[in-house]
Each structure stands twice: as structure tokens, then as C-alpha cells.
Design a protein around this ligand. Structure first.
Ligand SMILES: Cc1cc2nc3c(=O)[nH]c(=O)nc-3n(C[C@H](O)[C@H](O)[C@H](O)COP(=O)(O)OP(=O)(O)OC[C@H]3O[C@@H](n4cnc5c(N)ncnc54)[C@H](O)[C@@H]3O)c2cc1C
Length: 327
């Protein structure tokens, strides 16, 4: 059996943090199959990134460089990665499940007569890839119906926060520059404004600290209490769906199955019950602290630390203590 290829994501020379989560997933899959793991970087001006990747436990680091790839376009990425996959020896191609990957990876898989097994939360022997269905109520196992080969690889994207970037194993890799044939006429689309670049949007998936507020806050004007706590911690403010549905915070701050998936170092949930649709968006946090007055709230089942208490007492006290500790 041939190897695993992880396609990383960068923008203007800066990594998308989820690249390393995909790398951890790729290394885990390769170890399970007893095959080598390689990685690819795509874009222009990539040498610092390929050098960094070459310090990981990988067989090869493929540099997929072209001036026409300086800015992301789905056509450019599909054409380039199609050639990269054809030149490589990968039976499994792994991506981070980013917005960009959602845009181009299904088309790339189609070039090989395959589908993308998307938003995977675990990899088991087989290999079998686990996806969540029905807002996280069911886990479903997916596998390629015929054995994966380099001629017909299996394309998989992994959910944010499922694999830990810190788990990436270090080593040494050979850097290989791929020869690409890419013409301007092949790229039909023109880059527009990026989803996360509008002044209103916030990238919670990259936030290391998140304070999240739920319906326990009761009134819109009380959100300020939690905002103060977030400010004291230097954290992003997020919310459960009812808060965003009410228009108390913008939709882009919603965490959950119909909002953002986050994987911060700390997720502090304030007045959030812990419905499954919320949990699927934040269970990948390294540490979860919950404040809820109901000791039976489901959020405590996933919390590392829980405070059973009235948020209107706990939150101001916490904010004050943090300010004192910082002063
Ligand atoms: C298709 C679909 C998609 C959905 N997508 C999402 C999603 O993306 N994200 C999401 O969050 N939800 C989503 N939901 C909604 C989800 O099912 C829940 O309704 C929602 O998460 C509940 O939000 P909550 O925890 O803030 O509110 P509640 O469930 O009402 O919980 C409020 C909590 O606050 C506590 N509380 C009350 N007063 C205090 C106080 N003074 N001090 C401390 N604690 C207090 C209560 O004990 C309670 O546990 C979705 C639902 C559906 C059907």
C-alpha cells in the first residue's frame, strides 16, 4: 500500500493552524497503515514554510509553487493538486476541513472519480473514517468501497479540533519541488473578498481563549458582564445559538453545529446548558470551564472544571480576580 499525503493550508506565508491538526491525523493514519506520510504546501513564495515542514516526521514535503497560485482560486488549486496527486504515491489524501478546502476539495476528488469524506472526527482501523450526522446525534463510519490506490486515492478532510496540532511528530523530510503545468486560461475564477476578511467577521477557530455566553445571561444588556470577563482574559467572545438568533451578538460568534467549530486552549462557557448542537462545536477545546446554576446541566459532562453557581455573582467576581492578578 502507498502513502498518505497531507495537503496543508497557508495564506500569504502564514499557516492555517488547522494544517498541523491535519498533519497529526495524517501521521496517525500512516502509522496505522504502516506506510509513509508526506505533506504538500501550495501557493507562491513557500520556502520558509517547506523548510518548517521538513522538520516534521514526514517522508517528503512537496512544494507546489506557481505565480498563478499566489492567490487562492479553486481552479488553480484543483489543477495543481491534481498533478501533485498524480505525481505522488498517495492512497489517502488528507486536508484540514477549512472553508477553502470545502470550496475546492470535492472538485479535486471528482477528478479521480472519488468523493470527499468530509469533516471527519476520528480514524479507526480499516481505515474507517467517522463523521457526525443529524447534528451530532449519530456517528457514521465511512470507508472507500474499493481499496485506496494512488490511481484512485481516498480524499478525507478532518474537523477542526479533532486532532491535536501538538501531537505532530518531529523528524526530517526531503523537500521536493513539483513541476507544474498551469496556464492563465485554466483559471476561470477571480479571487473575491475572503469570507473572514470582512470587517464584521471574526475567526473564532483560531482564537486561543474563548468566553462563550448562553441564554442564562437573560437580557441583552447583561452581555456586557461577560464581555468584561473576555476583555480581562484577552479572550474572544462567543455565544450559543439563542444569543445570536436574538441578535444580541452577530451570527459569526455562534459556536456549534450551525455556527463555528472552535478548538481553543480554554473555552469558558457561561450560562450555556450544553445541548449537543453546541457541544459539537467546542468539544475540541483543550480545557473547558463551565459556569451554570444547574448542577445537572449537560455542559458539566464535558467540562474539566465546573462552577455550580449564579453567573451574575460568579462572572463579576472572576473578572475582578483576573484584573487583580494581572495588575
Ligand atoms: C438544527 C439545529 C441547529 C442548532 N445549532 C446550534 C448551534 O450551532 N449552536 C448552539 O449553541 N445551539 C444550536 N442549536 C440550539 C441548541 O439545540 C440549544 O437550543 C442551544 O444550544 C441552547 O442554548 P443555551 O445553552 O444558551 O440555552 P439553554 O439551553 O436555555 O441553557 C441556558 C443555561 O443557562 C443556565 N442558567 C440560567 N440562569 C443562570 C444563571 N443565573 N447563572 C448560571 N447559569 C444560568 C441554565 O441552567 C441553562 O443550563 C441548534 C438547534 C437545532 C435544532
Amino acid at each position: 500500500m502507498s502513502g498518505v499525503l497531507v495537503v496543508t493550508e497557508q495564506r500569504e506565508g502564514a499557516w492555517n493552524r488547522m494544517s498541523f491538526e491535519a498533519l497529526a491525523a495524517g501521521q496517525q493514519l500512516a502509522a496505522m497503515l504502516g506506510v509513509p506520510c508526506s505533506a504538500a504546501v501550495i501557493g507562491a513564495g513557500l520556502s520558509p514554510l517547506t523548510t518548517e515542514l521538513a522538520t516534521k516526521k514526514l517522508e517528503k514535503v512537496f512544494s507546489i509553487q506557481h505565480d498563478l497560485l499566489a492567490e487562492y482560486t479553486s481552479d488553480g488549486y484543483v489543477h495543481a493538486l491534481e498533478q501533485a496527486v498524480q505525481q505522488g504515491d498517495a492512497s489517502y489524501v488528507i486536508f484540514p476541513h477549512t472553508y477553502q478546502v470545502r470550496d475546492f476539495a470535492p472538485a479535486l476528488a471528482t477528478r479521480f472519480g472519488q468523493v470527499l469524506i468530509s469533516d471527519v472526527i476520528a480514524v479507526h482501523e480499516g481505515p474507517t473514517f467517522v463523521r457526525q450526522l443529524l447534528q451530532g446525534k449519530l456517528n457514521a463510519d465511512y470507508r472507500k468501497p474499493t481499496p485506496a490506490t494512488p490511481e484512485s486515492p481516498c480524499f478525507v478532510s478532518v474537523q477542526a479540533g479533532t486532532f491535536r496540532a501538538e501531537a505532530v511528530e518531529m523528524g526530517e523530510a526531503e523537500i521536493v519541488a513539483l513541476e507544474l503545468k498551469l496556464e492563465p486560461g485554466q483559471i476561470r475564477n477571480r479571487p473575491g473578498e475572503r469570507f473572514r476578511e470582512s470587517s464584521q467577521t471574526v475567526d473564532l477557530s483560531a482564537a486561543p481563549l474563548i468566553v462563550s455566553v448562553g441564554r442564562g445571561i437573560k437580557e441583552e444588556e447583561n452581555i456586557a458582564l461577560v464581555q468584561e470577563l473576555a476583555d480581562a482574559l484577552g479572550a474572544e467572545l462567543a455565544a450559543s445559538r439563542p444569543i445570536c438568533d436574538n441578535g444580541w451578538l452577530p451570527m459569526e460568534r455562534q459556536v456549534g453545529s450551525s455556527g463555528q467549530t472552535v478548538a481553543p486552549k480554554l473555552y469558558l462557557a457561561v450560562g450555556i446548558s450544553g445541548a449537543i448542537q453546541h457541544l459539537v462545536g467546542m468539544k475540541g477545546a483543550a480545557m473547558i470551564i463551565a459556569v451554570n446554576k444547574d448542577e445537572n446541566a449537560p455542559i458539566f459532562e464535558v467540562a474539566d472544571y465546573g462552577v455550580v453557581g449564579d453567573l451574575f455573582e460568579v462572572v463579576p467576581a472572576l473578572t475582578k480576580a483576573i484584573r487583580v492578578a494581572k495588575s
